[in-house]
Each structure stands twice: as C-alpha cells, then as structure tokens.
Design a protein around this ligand. Structure first.
Ligand SMILES: Cc1ncc(COP(=O)(O)O)c(C=O)c1O
Length: 373
C-alpha cells in the first residue's frame, strides 16, 4: 500500500519525546517555550504561541483580535471573509468566536481565495479576512494584506498546510497573524498541535492568556479563555521535527517535480504548479481530473485497486456542509469552488516515497482511460 501520508519520526525525534516523558514535566513547560522560540525564528516573527491544534490557533487568533461575541471586545455582527474551499475549521472557528463567516470563491489556478472576490464582499461589518494557503501554496497574501491595511481589517493567515512556504520572499505566517496546524499528517507534526505567530506584542500576550483560561496571573481569569495548551512531549517532537523541516520539504518538492514529469503527457488531468514568486510547501500534490466527479472517482478507485491511497480535499465547499446549509448559506453559488470540489484528487507526495513508488503512482494514473476510449 502506498499511503497518502506517512509521518516520519526518526530515532532522535523519538529520543526527544522520551526525554520529555522522563523529565517529570508533561504539561506546558520549557520544551514548549523552546519550540515557540525556534518556530518564531524560523518564520521570522517576534512571537510564536503554541496551542494544541490548528483549530485552537485560528480560534485564539480571532479572539485575540477581538472578533466575534465570544471575545471581550467583538460583536455577533462581526463578519469574517473566508474561502469556501477549505477544511471546515477555517469557517467553524469564525462561528466558535461568535462571528459570521462570509464565503467567497477561489481562483482556478491555485485553489486559493480570490482577492477580487474579497474586495466585492467587504461591508461595514467586515472585521477580518482569513486567507488559506491551500495544499501548501500561499494565497495572494501581500495583496490581501494591502487591502486589509487600506480598510482597517485584520488579516489572518490560515497556514495550517503551509509550514515552510513563502511568497515574494515572505514566509507563510509572517504577513498577517499566522496560524499553523501540526496535525499528524502535516509537513511538521506534534501529533495534534498548532501555533500562532505574530510580531505584535499585544496579540501574542492575549493569545497566551486565551490559551490558558484567560489567565495572566495564575488562578486569575481576566477574560474568557480555554485550555489550548501544548504538552511537553508534543513540543519536544515539534522541536526535533523543525530541524528537519526544510530537508523534508525539499524531498516533497523533488517528489512533486518527478510526478509532474511522469504525468506530463496525460491530457486528462491538470497537474499542480508553483506560481512565480512562490515557494510551495507541497503539503499536498493535487491534480484536477477533467470530466468531473465521475471521472475523478473512477480514477480514485483504480488507484485503490493498485494499492495507492489518494484523497479528495475537499468533496464539498464549506457552505454546502449540512451545518452551513441550515445556517442559511444554501442559496449561495460559488461556481469555481463547486467545480473544483468535483475535480480535485490528492496523490501521495510525502518524503518517504521511493522512485519506484512515484513510478507506480504515475503508471496507475496514466493507465486509466476515459470511458470513450
Ligand atoms: C486549512 C486548514 N485549516 C485549519 C485546520 C485545522 O487544524 P487542526 O486539524 O490541527 O485543528 C486544518 C487541518 O487540517 C486545515 O487544513
């Protein structure tokens, strides 16, 4: 079986976790502080605040910016513009903060939020824009940040899938308030985990309070907070993984380039491209299958028959999820998100793949013909 994701935890990474387990301190402590320090340095910002999921990172970032009725300074009317094509957490966290998600369409070329659609969706209630760096390639973050600054709106980067990516020389997470996921299948993992990054001292200070019951002093709750703290074994693993991130991302890049080479003559699919100025983190290698859902699903089952795992990220835009339909978004039409949900298929690209694996994947994709052939 060629798996879609394969977390690599080498000896030194295992030893780091054992060291934490043997240290006598399991909850947030010196390893979390060291991991935060190293992560902030890696991204090139002043602060990193470790939490226990990417969802917690997004939720905390929104609250720290006083967005939504669950924050100390926001309101239920606050609107947050999000791309319709993402993992549900991108919008769920807006609801969790007590604000209103406003879904906009994406661009066909890079699957990311369309800056023109953002500009058209801004109202007097818009408080923030969440730009997702889908599959590991950054959205048009510099243009979106400029728009946000012009309008007095907060820019949050959902960099859950994009650790190690950059655009125009700026690292993912360093343009807005950056939120990362360190989930098991991500390029850098702590099992479950997340990180908020910012150079704004006040936002970092608030995020630290919100992740721990709103406490600034032990047992003094200043504002509403949660338990979003990271554990020491998780941080030990994260710190050890961070040292290997660039090398592992480079393997992903090579694997992606090799797959694209092997798939170059296949005119039934569109292979992913790194846009000019982008350094793609290649979290996912996502092709588009011409012919829509039926052709895509046929290819997926042919790959399964040959022992190759693939996945559809995501089978429906977020506003088509039952929760959002019930909340009143069912009439919203976002055609590009709707079409790409029927065409996308992510193939294995992880760093543990061999040349034989890559050939098997490409052979399997190339062997599937259309029903008219
Ligand atoms: C785009 C995006 N946003 C947010 C999240 C949430 O992260 P987590 O699963 O760590 O809570 C994910 C996780 O996969 C994601 O892909």
């Amino acid at each position: 079986m060629i798996k879609l994701a394969h977390p690599i935890i080498e000896d030194d990474e295992q030893q780091a976790v054992l060291g934490a387990l043997r240290s006598g301190q399991l909850a947030q402590g010196p390893r979390v502080a060291a991991f935060e320090h190293a992560f902030a340095e890696y991204v090139g910002v002043r602060h990193a605040v470790a939490v226990n999921s990417g969802t917690a990172a997004l939720h905390t970032a929104l609250l720290a910016h006083d967005i939504g009725s669950m924050s100390s300074g926001g309101a239920a009317e606050d609107e947050v513009i999000v791309p319709a094509f993402s993992f549900a957490a991108t919008a769920n966290t807006v609801l969790q903060a007590g604000a209103q998600p406003v879904f906009v369409d994406i661009r066909e070329g890079d699957f990311n939020i369309d800056p023109d659609a953002i500009a058209a969706a801004i109202t007097s209630r818009t408080r923030a824009i969440v730009g997702v760096h889908l599959y590991g390639q950054m959205c048009d973050a510099l243009a979106i940040k400029a728009l946000c600054d012009e309008q007095g709106i907060i820019f949050i980067e959902d960099a859950a899938q994009a650790v190690g990516a950059s655009f125009g020389g700026k690292n993912a997470g360093s343009i807005g308030t950056g939120c990362f996921s360190l989930y098991a299948t991500k390029n850098l993992t702590t099992g479950e985990g997340g990180m908020i990054v910012t150079s704004d001292d006040a936002i970092a200070e608030r995020a630290r309070a919100i992740r721990s019951q709103g406490e600034r002093t032990r047992y003094v709750t200043d504002e509403l907070g949660w338990n979003y703290r990271m554990t020491e074994p998780a941080a030990a693993l994260g710190l050890a993984q961070l040292a290997k991130l660039d090398a592992r991302n480079e393997r992903r890049r090579k694997n992606g380039a090799r797959l694209s080479e092997l798939l170059a003559n296949n005119d039934r699919i569109v292979t992913p491209r790194e846009a000019p100025g982008q350094v793609h983190a290649w979290h996912q290698y996502t092709i588009r299958v011409k012919g829509g859902r039926e052709a895509r699903d046929r290819l997926r089952s042919a790959l399964r028959d040959r022992g190759i795992e693939s996945a559809v990220f995501y089978p429906a835009p977020i506003h088509r999820q039952p929760l959002y339909e019930r909340l009143g978004y069912s009439d919203l039409e976002l055609p590009i998100a709707a079409r790409l949900a029927e065409e996308v298929l992510s193939l294995p690209i992880h760093p543990a793949l061999s040349e034989d694996d890559l050939r098997s994947i490409a052979d399997a994709v190339n062997s599937v013909t259309s029903p008219n052939d």
